[in-house]
Design a protein around this ligand. Sequence first.
Ligand code: KIV
Length: 272
Amino acid sequence: MSTYTEDNRKVTTHRLSEMKSRGEKISMLTAYDYSMATLIDQAGMDVILVGDSASNVMAGNTTTLPMTLDQMIYHGQSVVRAVKRALVVVDMPFGTYQGNSIEALASAVRIMKETGADAVKMEGGEEIRESVSRILSAGIPVMGHLGLTPQSINKFGTYAVRAKEESEAQQLIKDAHMLEQLGCFAIVLEKIPAKLAARVAEEVSVPIIGIGAGGGVDGQVLVVHDMLGINKNFSPRFLRRYADLNTIMTNAIKQYIDDVKTRDFPNESEQY
Ligand code: KIV
């Protein structure tokens, strides 16, 4: 299996831009804790996203909305402690940037100061322009996020594919250009038609990272618990499962219970 781990230099926003220029695809995966982030970084991932999907996969909530700034900072600190090579991006949680750009900057500054991450990610287009602009002018790299933006689930009412209608597709293209012009270093496109995503990647100079957005973009992101098969109940069409950790972990845990009950564990060599 070939990987890109031979290059141990720290991944920067500049290097991501170079990767787009030479047509090298960008790999991105979520992580929320030290142990998982260590594995992912050592495997050679380009970007690690401390996603607010922590709300779903770590905390068991049905949406990302309950996530607080303190919780994102805790996860961000745990991941940054582990990572030597990947670029670490921390999601700004719902309610910390949508209303007031001064508060948005204060939230982003806390994330950068308290976690040591490399960048923040924000969901939305025109409606968050002022917050994105203020954060960028403070020298904080911003990754945009358009298409299905889970923090707006109550407005959408569904997790279905976005921007199938022409008017929404046109708005998305406009928003992507706007984020590029403001100075975002990359944009995530979530769950939109592959043709539209490829068009954005073609037109916009910054790297476009897709999740459920097809193969015509500059990189891919998945939620680590989903791609490792830890979650059994989430199987959208875009998800490829690279392992069945649910079965492996359940069997191991059952075996441990059995060994304790039958007094097989601990044996002579497992005690002092
Ligand atoms: O929070 C998250 O995991 C994300 C990815 C799905 C892009 O935003």
